[in-house]
Design a protein around this ligand. Structure first.
Ligand SMILES: [Zn+2]
Length: 669
């Protein structure tokens, strides 16, 4: 199934339910979705679900009404809410006051019944700040968080999910936020007891920096592992109360940074817990307000790897406020090989209710693009035909070092260099088989490698395919125990990795800027056998020309000025070449921008983009035709026109006279 999804927003005036106005609005919206080829809608609005506890009856009736209207039109409805965040159990009257917190956050919600829940504080469920001993406060959300290690809370949430399913007839669930948002969490009795039980240790005082923030201390790494296991077990508990194969996902825009790993924000963990749908949130604007489309590519490639390797759908959530945005977000998703969830986010703009009404409801932005996808579905039902695999080493991310520069920056830099140089690359989280489509395997800064990963790399190389390691490689096993001898020593190479030797950091502090990476010492370039190459310079410092030359001998780059290119294999062996402009000129809706509250939380990160055009610097698209095909057709999805045959030439210049931002060439035999 390919999801063509839009948000089903709940507004303040939807409660109390039932109400006739609300029913009429919902029916009209369901009609609009059916007209636009939407096949799945997802609730957005009643997010901090525990805040709605007194009105769950009404809310569930409302969701059931929406689900039934949608089902009559052949459309699925997912629910989407936060399992752990809450504002209304916090008695502090000033909780919305901090600058840039979600002072207007409650506008996102259907008005909850007012203030604190009578008689309930839920203090015993809350995560506790390790430094202050008070409930954790997440200022951006103005929220507190319930602790997944509290057995009473996690059982209560599972009971809630059972009831939600029983009362609403939803078709899928996105259960968000069950991770350790705060680095200073959690010092609750359950987390402390768990650490004691599993490791025989007390969590030390937060001034003890030989423990806190010190990734070279195995006890601290155990603590981080415990957090990750907590996240996995909580979501597995949610999974356990869902019917077999019921769609389950959780929110995540990126899993590749050490701060994500420390929090348990990892889509790999979610999949291990039983999530069966991959979510790819594209935060902020797509493209960004300065016109960039590819700023988060390496994070996106990682989630796409998880989707491809586990044969699970990937849904790319992009935010926009206009048809131009909806259509480009769709094109970007198709370019990446993911399904689209399109959403506005009007309540984050800091606009008054009357001004918000000037922005049409989400399905009205789609402008027929889903119908186009539906009509030409065979063009989009394809598998990646990338020729280069970039290995994402989760062991290195989770265990090697706390700095962004220790691993993530190198992985990201290599992904970026590949696509910018015209080498079509996939990220992989498992070493591929030698029989796979990939011609070359790249290993950026994979300091921690398991025995089985190392064996698979050796098998890859023995098959005659090239592997190129960059930066540190295989100095540790997957748990960061030193390998003796390590890969370099075993192969008589003079390459060493000095220890990090950093001081730890207090759980309430983030270190900015991130400390620099520790470079390898010894020779800068080495070779093992005919097919394994090792360049010890980290990819974040640039790729040596010799390394690019090795890659170029295996793959022909398809670079075209201002365009990015990805290849897919269709069901009948066709080669589908997706070409998208990488930079844009965007225009804002100045009238609405002028009305926004500059103190609102997303004032800088989210703009009301009304028009998107390819940047003037975009060059003419030029491609060398691949060998072995006799026919080529061109599709211009954003023009809405039918695909048409083109004359097959050695060098193709497939752009029409009117400049498009996205086109697909289909080469057939
Ligand atoms: Zn806790």
């Amino acid at each position: 199934m390919h999801y063509r999804m839009v948000s089903w927003w709940l507004r303040k005036n939807n409660l109390p339910w039932p109400n006739e106005n609300g029913k009429e609005t919902f029916r009209r919206r369901a009609d609009a979705m059916a007209r636009e080829g939407v096949n799945s809608a997802i609730i957005f609005g009643a997010h901090f679900r525990w805040d709605f506890e007194p009105v769950w009856d009404q809310l569930h009736e409302l969701i059931r009404f929406a689900a039934e209207e949608l089902h009559q039109r052949g459309i699925l409805l997912f629910d989407h809410h936060s399992s752990v965040l809450s504002c209304n159990y916090n008695p502090d009257p000033n909780r919305f006051n901090a600058r840039k917190t979600s002072s207007n956050h409650r506008q996102m919600l259907i008005s909850p019944p007012a203030g604190i829940m009578p008689g309930k504080r839920r203090d015993e469920w809350k995560m506790i700040d390790l430094v202050t001993g008070n409930p954790v406060f997440l200022s951006h959300y103005a929220a507190q968080e319930f602790c997944m290690n509290n057995p009473e809370f996690s059982a209560a949430y599972r009971d809630y999910v059972r009831r939600l399913l029983r009362e609403t007839s939803i078709d899928g669930l996105m259960s968000d936020d069950a991770l350790f948002y705060s680095h200073a969490a959690c010092g609750c009795v359950h987390c402390r007891a768990r650490f004691r039980r599993e490791y025989g240790l007390e969590l030390p005082d937060t001034s003890n920096l030989s423990f806190w923030g010190n990734w070279e201390n195995p006890a601290y790494r155990n603590y981080l592992d415990m957090r990750r296991r907590t996240v996995r077990e909580f979501l597995a508990g949610v999974k356990s109360v869902l019917p077999e194969s019921f769609p389950l996902m959780s929110c995540c825009s990126s899993s590749i940074h050490p701060s994500c790993s420390e929090r348990g924000l990892s889509y790999s963990l979610f999949l291990e817990a039983g999530a069966n749908t991959v979510m790819l949130e594209m935060c902020g604007n797509t493209p960004t307000a300065d016109g960039k489309l590819f700023g988060e590519l390496s994070s996106q490639m990682h989630h796409l790897a998880l989707s491809r390797e586990n044969r699970l759908p990937c849904i790319g959530l992009g935010y926009g406020f206009s048809s131009d945005a909806a259509r480009l977000i769709w094109a970007f998703n198709k370019f990446l090989g993911s399904d689209m969830w399109y959403s506005s986010l009007v309540h984050r703009l800091g606009l008054g209710d009357a001004d918000i009404a000037a922005i049409p409801d989400d399905p009205e932005h789609l402008d027929d693009i889903f119908n186009y996808e539906k009509k030409y579905s065979s063009w989009f039902d394809s598998e990646s035909a990338a020729e280069c695999a970039v290995f994402f080493s989760r062991s290195t991310l989770d265990h090697y070092g706390s700095s962004l520069m220790d691993y993530s920056a190198d992985y990201s830099a290599l992904c970026d260099t590949m696509i910018r140089s015209g080498f079509d690359a996939d990220a992989v989280t498992r070493i591929p088989d030698p029989g796979s489509q990939y011609k070359i395997l790249l290993l950026p800064s994979a300091a921690c490698i398991s025995d089985s990963e190392l064996e698979k790399i050796e098998e890859w190389v023995r098959s005659g395919k090239k592997a190129v390691a960059f930066g540190p490689f295989a100095f540790f096993d997957e748990n960061r125990n030193p390998r003796t001898p390590d890969f370099a020593a075993r192969n008589h190479l003079d390459i060493r990795l000095p220890p990090l030797n950093r001081s730890g950091y207090s759980p309430d502090k983030l270190i900015l800027p991130p400390p620099p990476a520790v470079p390898c010492t010894g020779v800068r370039q080495a070779q093992v056998g005919a097919h394994f190459h090792w360049f010890t310079q980290r990819p974040a410092e640039g790729l040596p020309p010799e390394a690019l030359e090795i890659i170029r001998r295996e793959i022909v780059p398809w670079a075209s000025d201002g365009w990015f290119i990805k290849k897919y294999r269709g069901k009948n062996g066709e080669l589908l070449v997706h070409c998208i402009v990488s930079e844009y000129a965007v225009a804002l809706n100045q009238k609405l921008e002028a009305l926004r509250d500059p103190e609102s939380p997303c004032f800088d990160s989210l703009k009301i983009i009304s028009e998107i055009r390819p940047a003037d610097t975009t060059g003419k698209l030029k491609l060398r035709s691949p060998q072995g095909f006799s026919r080529v057709e061109r599709m211009l999805p954003l023009s809405g026109t039918e695909p048409e045959p083109l004359p097959l030439k050695e060098i193709m210049e497939p752009e029409p006279p009117v400049h498009p931002s996205y086109l697909i060439l289909r080469f057939s035999r």
